[in-house]
Design a binder for this molecule. Structure first.
Ligand code: PGA
Length: 245
């Protein structure tokens, strides 16, 4: 199975810039060694699904609703995303937990509905600096996993992905820096074992947080790092192109 390189564009680009970056990806990104996925904002998704249609670049969404459909003003259905050709959905990103107060119960409902729709949820987990300093990283991650995954049924190990993104390592945070790749590998093993206990399947674990073209291969060569979730560096075509080589 190819390792994954997932571009999380967040809310960094307007519609025109999103379309332009998607076109640039098609022209410049060579998809061979890794599976490449772009996650634009909802406004651009439908159009970008056409741009990516006959290419090998896959599409992801940055969120999806906990409900299937109905009177939920402003929400976007996982089923609707699936019908556009979206393959993955990022759920429980720390920015949504922080700014939109998403909790584990909500995230679990979103995962469940995304699974029903046939999307592959990418559940983001990660400790804050305080937990790291107190040497409580693993305890905290185990708790996040339990709360978000308890009771979920998955049929095979490819249906769910975990992204380990330590909050302090994400590039928008002051003094952020990537985790040491060896340390990430060790934590990924811990996460994989925990998820195996909770849902009974050995799922893939991605790393995210200040990944760039200089450190990406140090992560991708680790056996427990199944791929990368990339924010800032994915907006820079040259950087992203190098990472995907
Ligand atoms: P970053 O973001 O690569 O800019 O650190 C990663 C993420 O938040 O998914």
């Amino acid at each position: 199975m190819k390792k994954l390189i997932i571009a999380n564009w967040k809310m960094q680009l307007d519609y025109k810039k999103s379309i332009s970056l998607a076109q640039q990806y098609v022209k410049n990104i060579k998809v061979s060694k890794y599976e490449v996925v772009a996650c634009p904002d909802f406004v651009s998704l439908a159009n970008i699904s056409l741009i990516f249609k006959k290419t090998e670049i896959n599409l992801g969404a940055q969120d999806s609703a906990p409900a299937e459909k109905g009177a939920y003003t402003g929400e976007v259905s996982a089923f609707s995303l699936k019908s556009l050709g979206v393959k993955y959905v990022v759920l429980g990103h720390s920015e949504r937990r922080q700014h939109l107060h998403e909790n584990s119960a909500l995230i679990r409902a979103k995962i469940q509905t995304a699974l029903q729709a046939g999307l592959i949820p990418i559940l983001c987990i990660g400790e804050k600096m305080a937990e790291r300093k107190n040497k409580e990283t693993k305890k905290y991650l185990a708790q996040e996993l339990r709360h978000a995954l308890k009771g979920l049924k998955i049929k095979n190990s490819r249906q769910l992905i975990i992204a380990y993104e330590p909050i302090w390592a994400i590039s928008s945070h002051k003094n952020s820096q990537a985790v040491n790749p060896l340390e990430a590998n060790n934590i990924h093993k811990f996460i994989q074992d925990k998820v195996l206990k909770i849902v009974g399947k050995k799922v893939r674990v991605l790393y995210g947080g200040s990944v760039n073209s200089k450190n990406s291969s140090d992560f991708l060569t680790q056996d427990k790092v199944a791929g990368l979730l990339i924010g800032r560096a994915a907006l820079n075509l040259k950087e992203f192109k190098t990472i995907c080589l």
